[in-house]
Design a protein around this ligand. Structure first.
Ligand code: AQP
Length: 333
């Protein structure tokens, strides 16, 4: 079956191993499966839901694009573009915002986490972020959306909005109801300093994450210093309970090796943490260092990156503007 794939990454700096394992690695696998049509977006409209320095934002858009290319996303096979170049995203977001219900948005945990205690001061953009995400997906009739586990709730909202639109406007099956595609083995990568918090671009501590631009030495050093605990390496899955840091490190190992957690536990049971960390650090460096070197190389040619984005945006705009015109017709504009 042909899958229509859409997904995005925010150009908010510090792309990390969680973004790679939870999203980008999957983007590449999907692109390389026969018949799939993939659209991968640098979601700059999403990034401005939190304050961005304009000069740095521009560089981050290029860096995120370079990370896509360096990880293996091929502009000849997939559409790569940045969201703000295609006006239908903002238009679609407004229209779908009039279909979505406040009660649905109020349940979104990411807003609660990002807005923190002072939610009265959060931007309205941050609150309606999942509606823009819905427009992104529905404009391309995406059947499947590869995301990290943290985005599952937003995807469920997108499904509800698509279904409500189709029912309200008596347009059965007009908006495609998308399915999430979440990595099987381990899909939520946690901070290296606190296994209860997700690895995140905005964590003030650089030691909490492996950046896609880290050098081999930085990677080895960060894994060496990653938090663990006093108990020995577990010999069964039940022994990971209340040991989030150890579970996270074994999860990273499992994901990068495309194997389940049980297999990784069996490999290291009875061994000490330092030998496990040494193997893990080499594995992470083996996966990330070629990407980081390629990102550095690509960023030396900004014109090339801008050209990829512009050409991608032209292709994306063709699809998105056709869909938004159909939406406008249906709602009576
Ligand atoms: N820790 C993670 N583990 C697995 N997947 C993750 N993703 C993000 N963090 C993890 C996945 O990466 C994709 C792109 O994410 P995003 O850039 O849109 O923003 P985010 O989810 O808000 O990610 P961050 O890195 O945590 O950024 P900040 O710090 O700005 O909030 C998504 O598919 C996401 O699931």
């Amino acid at each position: 079956m042909t899958k229509k794939i859409f997904s995005g990454v925010q150009p908010s700096g510090n792309l990390h191993l969680g973004n790679y394992i939870g999203a980008i690695k999957n983007f590449v696998d999907l692109q390389n499966q026969k018949g799939n049509q993939c659209v991968y977006c640098v979601v700059d409209l999403h990034a401005i839901t939190l304050r961005q320095d304009p000069k740095i934002l521009k560089e981050n858009i290029r860096e995120t694009t370079a990370a896509f290319l360096a990880s293996g996303i091929d502009p000849k096979k997939s559409i790569i573009f940045n969201q703000s170049l295609v006006p239908a995203h903002a238009e679609g977001s407004w229209i779908l915002g009039c279909v979505a219900r406040m009660g649905w948005l109020n349940r979104m945990t990411q807003f609660k986490e990002k807005a923190g205690k002072d939610k009265e001061k959060a931007s309205i953009g941050l609150y309606i972020y999942p509606i823009l995400m819905t427009a992104d997906i529905l404009l391309y009739d995406a059947t499947h959306v590869p995301v990290g586990e943290d985005q599952k709730q937003h995807l469920e909202l997108s499904r509800d909005i698509a279904q409500k639109f189709n029912t309200d406007f008596k347009a059965p099956n007009f908006l495609q109801v998308p399915e999430p595609l979440i990595q099987k083995n381990f899909s939520r990568i946690m901070s290296l300093k606190d296994g209860t918090k997700k690895m995140s671009k905005s964590d003030p501590s650089d030691q909490s994450r492996i950046n896609l631009t880290d050098t081999k030495d930085q990677i080895l050093n960060k894994i060496k210093k990653a938090k663990t605990d006093e108990s020995p390496m577990p010999d069964e899955i039940g022994k990971l309970e209340k040991r989030p840091e150890v579970e996270n490190l074994l999860g990273i190992y499992s994901s990068l090796n495309n194997q389940n957690l049980e297999k990784s536990i069996n490999e290291f049971s009875g061994k000490n943490f330092s030998s496990f960390k040494a193997v893990l650090a080499d594995l992470v460096a083996e996966n990330i260092s070629p990407i980081s070197q390629e990102i550095i190389k690509l960023l030396q040619n900004k014109d090339y990156i801008d050209k990829i984005l512009k050409e991608g945006a032209e292709k994306a705009d063709k699809q998105a503007s056709q869909k938004i015109n159909e939406i406008k017709k249906i709602i009576g504009f």
